[in-house]
Design a protein. Structure first.
Length: 136
């Protein structure tokens, strides 16, 4: 049984003081999570990031319900292309861009990762991972 059937995910967390952690992004495969974490570490060299495998709850009724994207991501296959978007700016600008993509039906606002502060004061980052059908 693979992760797409079970709802299990690979999650990148930013480590915070007092043993707290902030989820940054979730992925269905470990390789995608590791490649994204590598890019994040290059963009945010002073930020501590960890990768964790999250197991879905036994009872799916207790799992949080997320609104579906306007155009759902494609299932894992060889006939898809991966797009990774990183927005880094002030909190109001990142929020404005995310909502603009939402209004244009490119990606739901809930598809983006939570805001992660960068090493620059007043600057945050958000990540979107999206799949498209490959051109035939």
């Amino acid at each position: 049984m693979n992760t797409s059937e079970t709802g299990n995910t690979w999650t990148i967390y930013r480590l915070l003081p007092n043993f707290q952690r902030l989820p940054v992004a979730q992925f269905r495969s470990r390789s995608e999570a590791e490649s994204s974490m590598k890019v994040m570490r290059q963009l945010l060299p002073d930020t501590e990031l960890i990768l964790a495998f999250e197991i879905a709850p036994e009872n799916p009724a207790t799992a949080p319900i997320q609104p579906p994207a306007k155009e759902p991501n494609l299932q894992t296959s060889d006939k898809r292309q991966l797009l990774k978007l990183f927005i880094i700016s002030s909190r109001p600008v990142v929020s404005r861009v995310i909502h603009s993509f939402h209004r244009d039906n490119f990606a739901c606002a809930t598809d983006w990762s939570p805001f992660v502060p960068t090493q620059n004061p007043g600057e945050v980052m958000s990540v979107l991972i999206k799949y498209f059908a490959a051109d035939s």
